[in-house]
Design a protein around this ligand. Sequence first.
Ligand code: NDP
Length: 619
Amino acid sequence: MGSIQKKQVGEEPLGREQLGTKTDVILDAEAIEVRNLSERNKRLVKGGIAQFREATGDLAKFALDHWSVADGHRTPVDEDVDVLVVGCGFGGILAATRLHEAEITDIRMVDKASDFGGVWYWNRYPGLYCDTESYIYLPLLEETDYVPSAKYVPGYEIQAQALRIAEKEKLRDHAFFQTEVNSITWDDKSSRWTCKTNRGDVCRARFVISAIGILHKLHLPGITGIEHFKGHSFHTSRWDYKYTGGDRYGGVLEKLKGKRVGLIGTGASTIQVLPHLALSGAETYIFQRTPSAVDERVNPQTDETWFKSLPSGWQDERADNFDKIFYGGEESVDMVDDGWTRHIYALHKQKDNLPYAERLKHADNIQMELIRQRTKNIVKKSETAEALQAWYGRACKRPCFHGAYLEAFNCPNVHLVDTNGKGVSTITRKGVVVGDRNFDLDCIIYATGFDWGNDYSARANMEITGRNGLTMSEKWVAGPSTFQGMIGHDFPNLLLFTHLQSSTSPNYTHLLSERAKHAAYIVSETIKRGANSVEPTQKAEDAWVEKLENIAAQYLDFFKLCTPGYLNQEGQLSKFNLRNASIGLSAPQWNDMAAAWRKQGDMEGLELDGQAAVQQKAT
Ligand code: NDP
């Protein structure tokens, strides 16, 4: 393998200017490809998408709600509503807001949590931030008149915005918390969904909006022995402050001092948690299967004068600008100008004749090389710095940004246990085993992420039964099947907010906002046209699925060469399961498609009460 050389990399840890725009790094692209492939091959044996363990049965304790203040007991209700919204995260909140705008107010909202916020309700681990810019990530800033404290804000500030919108829209009156929807079943005669909850409620709804989120069902590593560990253990999304001390506002985890703590996983959650464990004085063992690529993040406080001078409509404009640049569109200005956009934006300034894809690949290689160099510059022990090198294409795994993660490895109480791609072997009564090494621990923290699988009913934890007893799992047996990624034949009046067969974005709340607009339009148009049911024709759905499969096929070669992760079905994405791909239209493409479709006004592809909506309008 050839060597990777640089003409010039500064002695200082690389700063923002360098990471975004430097092009004087000389790369041996062939050597990088060989190394990327060999690292990927090591990890193919991870066991694919089915490797993880659910937090059920003996492991159910991992999913308990630490934040609820009451047991949630109440008298069950039996009711009829216009719209049932499943989920009180930003998806559900935005759905309700858009429904209100369409003057649809007979809404029931349900969530297993005991308050609004979704992932920002559950995740309260120390150091939690969103590294998508707050000015575009926090929805409805103009409507709520809220000024975020900084460019990137902590989790509690994000949840506060969810609560602020919920108060403004008076959503609390509509919400059942600590309540799980167990099943929804379509009844053709009444054109209603019957929803049953774990609290004994029965709710008949004309429409259901399923805004369950994509990261709500935590999972544990696919290893044996988790249930046998005699020390303390929890998942990052259920941080146990009673055990660790400290709080979500930055208080030091003082109860961990002197304890031996294991942290399994090195994704975006760990990147933020580790510096806090380092500070606590715990002997921290961090078990790594695949290193994250950790770029820097500059986080200035908000300049209120600037913020208040922004013209009406600025937030959507800024969010659109971000998505367009992220997806390679040419924009005259990079409004957000951060680690998500800067190097892509810079591509358009380069004047050469190479095709865009080639330029992007080259820019990504440079970016990854600079990140590897940054790691070496910061981490003092060369063996540790080497083990932390990320070898894959930048789009293979979720990029991470943090100013203190790499520094944490210089603390004498932080120990990287690199598993050379193999992962933790097993958990025993006493601790963690990696190969032939045993690590006795007082506490194990699982930073092992969330179910990203495509069995929608399993992920939603609810049985969804459409027309003629057809379940969603049966319909999706060969992978998701939808029209516009939102609605399916034989499942009338059910609108899904998901990234599948549609689009995704690092700015997920903007995506939710666009889905909410679209769902509210479909619901209100169906009602306005005096129809009881709306669903796609089978033909329209099949055409959509085929279109999205064709798009995914274009990225197959790239994702096949990626290290396994949730973006490529843990290495199992192939031409036979393209429907499961997390890749589809770009966010701007989906948003433009949906806006144009609404503007056209004939609900093309949908049928109302079994008749094509287009024809109905014509008659
Ligand atoms: P991830 O799914 O990103 O990471 C899970 C980690 O667990 C991976 O490092 C994985 O390794 C590791 N793992 C799984 N099984 C084993 C095993 N047997 N042995 C050792 N390691 C194992 O979860 P996160 O909670 O970190 O993040 C989930 C998502 O949440 C992110 O991708 C992001 O979208 C979002 N998020 C965003 C944040 C932000 O805005 N800053 C912060 C936190 C989360 P491997 O990579 O090899 O599979």
